[in-house]
Design a protein around this ligand. Structure first.
Ligand SMILES: [Zn+2]
Length: 268
């Protein structure tokens, strides 16, 4: 029971009825706004609405359109920022390496397979990496990208422990992690452990990596440690680069899953 202004006793239900009665649509369209009614068991609930059905649909369409516009603008900013990160020397790098091209296409379709570009210096690996970066960026890939030269990554982690933890976390969580120049770092137990913490987490979460390095498969374990090496071999299709810069020769392709093809395998 509650008391109405006039002093007459009034049922709570009557007050609720009045509160949720149809009211003129605030859009001034001449229609009325009916309350939203739903039932839970025996109980009926009514939620007052300020706009009528047709005006509600128009407002919803406008809201959705504005949201799409915001997302489109955000995607454009993301693409521009990613393109700005490409070093000027590699700004015009074109993706003309068939295996890497296929890997990028697979990634864009949801594949989680990694790729390891293996070869001596000046065989076009870095050019190919930045060309892949650009293709991924221009396609508007929505995952996050993290890119590090391995020696720099380890140097950055030697300082402040909290900052180091943040770098590890970012490398673990990125949608795609680029690790350039694996093997150029001084091999230490500490460095191997740091790399393993990153690689193992990405392995467990099935997140792709793009790795470049001049180590052969035989040298890999000795340099980065057995555990990281076996993880990388399992995670990545391996493409060997040889010959002069910009003219990579593919000698063999290996995938840890025993399949003769590189990428293109799609995640469910
Ligand atoms: Zn209306």
């Amino acid at each position: 029971m509650t008391r109405a202004v006039g002093g007459e006793p009034q049922q709570v239900s009557e007050v609720l009825e009045a509160l949720t009665a149809p009211v003129p649509c605030v859009e001034d369209c001449g229609r009325v706004a009916e309350p939203f009614v739903f039932r839970v068991g025996e109980q009926e609930f009514r939620i007052p609405r300020a706009v009528c059905g047709p005006c509600g649909a128009v407002l919803e369409a406008r809201r959705r359109h504005e949201e799409e516009e915001r997302e489109r603008a955000a995607a454009e900013v993301r693409i521009r920022r990613r393109l700005e990160m490409i070093p000027p020397r590699f700004a015009d790098a074109e993706l003309d390496h068939p295996q890497v091209e296929r890997w990028v296409e697979g990634l864009l379709q949801g594949s989680t397979e990694g790729i390891y570009l293996m070869g001596e210096r000046r065989t076009g690996k870095t050019t190919t990496v930045w060309a892949a970066w650009r293709a991924i960026a221009e396609a508007g890939w929505s995952g996050s990208l993290e890119a590090w030269r391995v020696p720099t990554l380890l140097d950055e982690m030697r300082g402040d422990a909290e900052a180091a933890l943040e770098i590890v976390r970012r490398c673990q969580a990125a949608g795609l992690l680029f690790l350039d120049d694996l093997g150029a770092e001084r091999p230490t137990e500490w460095g191997q452990e740091r790399l393993y913490v990153i690689i193992d987490e990405r392995y467990a979460r099935v997140r792709p990596v793009l790795v470049t390095g001049n180590l052969t498969l035989d040298q890999l374990a000795g340099h980065v440690g057995d555990r990281s090496a076996s993880r990388l071999i399992e995670m990545c299709g391996i493409v060997r680069f040889a010959g002069s810069r910009g003219q990579p020769t593919i000698r063999s392709i290996h995938t840890g899953s025993g399949q003769p093809q590189l990428p293109g395998r799609n995640a469910p």
